[in-house]
Design a protein around this ligand. Structure first.
Ligand SMILES: Cc1ncc(COP(=O)(O)O)c(C=O)c1O
Length: 405
């Protein structure tokens, strides 16, 4: 028998399974379990008929392009559509040359990691932050500086404090600040306008790059929340912006994008060549056509009230069923609530099996969202996919689990 383990790379030997993906795999086979785990869109929002019509049109009328290999950075027409879409909806001004279309925004994170991070480099991020971004940066060898969050997002004053204190050598190893400023994953909180300005000022003072991940700014539920991306406020070309249609059209299309200034778009393109040649030409063209026909606007106008009411159901259930020893975020948008349980030794990772087997409910343990090894007492709860009844029942079950532990 060939000893495969002897052959694996350091990465393959050290890589740990993503808790979310493992869970989703288990839960997709377990119809008896209520899942508050993955950040999965409500399938009722998928514009099936429109996408069927558009797919047929794209293949029939543009089949020679749609079914063919295409440029690594994306089909020019699709990049142009994305630039116009970002200009119209987000006030982001970009040229087609600055856009690289990626296979979902997850691959955008991986490409950015490959382009910028060497072993031992530092990424600054919110703490907690998006688990799979942390994973992508770690795979590239990154260390982290975590900045705590509150209801107004990353505490930029703490960021400033940390940057002031670390040695110039360490500071030079910082490759970028990774942030999800609007309706963050996993907490749903947003960076206030003042903090956005402060973050850009700090980046300018310390000459830092910002990587802005923005899957949720279309899904903001509250009036008065500042929805302007950092990229639209950036006067110094120091923000790389990542977007996706996963939460506003369909994740199965696997279409995301990077808007990267200067030479960095070209570097990303060069690295991408050897990763996947290019993202699916077919779904690039379907996505571009869907954007042009206003399908995204239609999905968003239905998604916002739908997710808002599910969030409200979850908040009420938490108030009703969680004991006093818990704290939870108050999301202004997105798909998640993040909760901490303040009980000696409470470990959401260790309790997950019991949650699934005894209480028939699943959440994502919060440890993986923390960059400093803390957060074992936390969990991410998603309200986007389950029904109102499932949300209420799922939270009631987790409440029992917490009380029993
Ligand atoms: C903050 C954030 N970034 C990136 C992604 C990856 O999304 P996708 O690859 O589907 O675009 C997600 C998915 O949940 C996310 O929450």
């Amino acid at each position: 028998m060939l000893d495969y383990t002897r052959l694996y790379s350091k990465l393959a030997k050290s890589i740990k399974a993503s808790e979310i993906r493992e869970l989703l795999a288990i839960i997709s086979r377990r119809k008896d379990v209520i899942s508050l785990a993955g950040g999965v869109p409500d399938p009722e929002l998928f514009p099936r008929e429109k996408l069927a019509e558009i797919s047929k049109y794209v293949i029939e009328y543009h089949g020679n392009i749609a079914l063919q290999y295409s440029e690594t950075k994306g089909v020019p027409e699709a990049r142009d559509t994305i630039c116009k879409f970002l200009s119209k909806t987000k006030s982001i001004k970009c040229s087609e040359d600055e856009v690289v279309i990626s296979t979902g925004s997850q691959s955008a994170l991986d490409l950015i990691a490959r382009v910028f991070i060497d072993e031992g480099d530092i990424v600054v991020s919110e703490n907690p932050s998006y688990l799979a971004a942390i994973g992508a940066f770690k795979n590239a060898g990154a260390r982290f500086i975590g900045i705590p969050i509150d209801d107004d997002g990353m505490k930029t004053s703490e960021l400033e404090e940390k940057l002031r204190k670390i040695s110039p050598d360490e500071r030079r190893r910082i490759k970028f600040i990774y942030t999800i400023p609007i309706a963050q994953n996993p907490s749903g909180v947003s960076l206030s306008r003042d903090r956005k300005k402060h973050l850009l000022e700090i980046a300018s003072t310390y000459d830092l790059l910002i990587v802005e991940d923005d899957p949720y700014s279309f899904l903001v539920f509250e009036e008065g929340v500042d929805k302007t991306p950092l990229k639209a406020m950036d006067q110094e070309a120091r923000v790389i912006y990542i977007g996706t249609v996963s939460k506003i059209l369909a994740p199965g299309l696997r279409i995301g994008w990077i808007v990267a200034p200067d030479d960095s778009a070209r570097r990303i393109e060069l690295v991408k060549q050897y990763v996947d040649l290019h993202t699916s030409t077919l779904t690039q063209l379907i996505t571009a056509e869907a954007i042009k026909r206003g399908v995204v606007d239609e999905v968003v106008s239905k998604a916002v009230p739908r997710y808002r009411s599910k969030r409200d159901t979850m908040l009420k259930a938490i108030r009703d069923y969680f004991p006093d020893c818990t704290w939870h975020s108050k999301p202004v948008g997105g798909m998640f609530i993040f909760a901490y349980v303040y009980k000696q030794g409470f470990d959401t990772g260790a309790l997950l099996q019991k949650a699934i087997e005894k209480y028939k409910v699943a959440y994502v343990p919060g440890g993986g969202f923390h960059v400093d090894g803390t957060g074992r007492n936390s969990m991410r709860l998603s309200f986007s996919y389950p029904s109102h009844e499932q949300i209420t029942s799922g939270i009631e079950r987790i409440g029992k689990l917490i009380k029993e532990a």
